[in-house]
Design a binder for this molecule. Sequence first.
Ligand code: F0G
Length: 423
Amino acid sequence: MSSLQVCGSCGATLGLLEPAMECGCGGLLDLRHDPPAEDGRSLRRLFAARMASAAPCDRSGVWRYRELVLPGVEHDVVSHPEGNTPLLQREGVSRWTGLDHLLLKHEGHNPTGSFKDRGMTVGVTQARRLAVTALACASTGNTSASLAAYGAQAALPVLVVVPAGKVAFGKLGQSLAYGARTVMVRGDFDACLRLVREASARLGVYLLNSVNPFRIQGQKTIMFELLEQLGWEAPDWVVVPAGNLGNTAAFGMALVEAHRLGLTDRVPRLAAVQAEGASPFAAGFAEGFARRRKVAAETVATAIRIGDPASWDRAVRSIRDTDGVVTAVTDAEILEAKAVVDGSGAGCEPASAAAVAGARQLRQRGVMARDDRVVAVLTGHILKDPEVLLEYHRETDPPRPRQNPPVEIEPTLADLERVLHIV
Ligand code: F0G
C-alpha cells in the first residue's frame, strides 16, 4: 500500500517523506492512501478485533485505524496511547437542546485533555520518520499542550508560540510543565501562526499546526471511533466547534471515506459552530463561500479565538461533501451551554460548549428535527480553563443562569447549618 501528499488546490503530488508544509502554489497538502485491500465488513471486523489486543498500536484509538491513517506504519509510533474516548448520554443536556437523541463524544478524555492528541501522535511519529531536529506550533493553547507532551515523549525540542494573555491557564501550565520553550507573542493567534509558518520555512523546524496533513489524518479517527461506537450506523448530524477548521476538514474527509469504503451506508451532515466574535467561516457559508473572509477575532472561548482560519478550503469541501451547515453562537450562549454540560457531570471547556449551543440553536431554527440523532463533539476538558469557570460562578447581580457561587463561613456548626438551610 502506498500514500501520497496531494495539493488540495492544484492537485500536484509529493512523496510521503517530503517535509513540505504546503504546495508551491500555496495550497495545503492532504494525504491520499491507496484504498485498503479489505472491504467494509472485513475492516469493521479488523478494527473490532484490535480492541481485544494488547499490542501498543492496537491500544490507541488512532492507530487502531492505521490502514486509514498512515498505512504501513505500526512500529515506532509516538503514542501515549490516545483516543478511546467515551460517547456520553446526558439527559439534562438533551433537554436543554430540545433534541431527544443527543450524544456527546468527549475528546477531553484524551491524555492531555483535548482532541489534539489524535493528530499529534501521527504528526510527531512522522516527524521522527523524517529525523527532524525540532518541532514547533502556534496555538490558542491545546495544540501547544499536546505538542509539548508528545515532543517530550519523542525527546525532541519543542517551540510553542502563543498569544500573550489569551491562553487559558490549564493549557499554558501544561506547555511549561512538559518542557516546551514557550513564547508569548504580543498579537493574536493569527499573527502567531503567520510567524511560526515563516519560522519553520526559514529555520527548518517541523511545523505541527493543523496545516500539517499528518495531523488531519489522526483527527479523522474521532469520526471512525464515533461511528464504530454507534455500530457503524451513521447519525443524522455531527456538530463540531470550529476555529482554525482542522477538525471540520478532518471530519468531512473521514465521513466521506467511511461511506466510500462501505463502513457506513450514508454520510451524516456536519454542523460547524463558531463563536460570533470569531465567525468568518459562518459568514462565508451565509454567502455560499463566495470568498475567503478574515475578521479580528474576540470571544470568551479562547481556543477558537481565530479570525483567519488556515484550513478554509479543506473545510469548505467538508461542508459541501456532507450537505453541512455553519453557524455562530454568542458568548452568553456558549457560557450557558457550558454550565449545562458541566452541571450534567460531563464538563467541558468553553469552545467545546459552542457545539452544544449550536445544536440547540439549529434545533430552534428547525434545521434539526427533535428526533434527529445528533452527536456533539466536546473537544476539551473542563479543567483546561479554570478562570472562565470560576468567573462564571462568582456571585453577580442579576445571577447568571445555573450560577453556583461558593459560600464562605466560620468553622461553626451553626454557620454550616445556616448554609444547608439555604440549600
Ligand atoms: N475546541 C478546542 C478545545 C480547541 O482547542 C480548538 C482549536 C477547537 C475547538 C477548534 O478546532 O481549529 O480544528 O477548528 N485549538 C487550536 C489550538 C487552534 O491551538 O489549540 P479547529
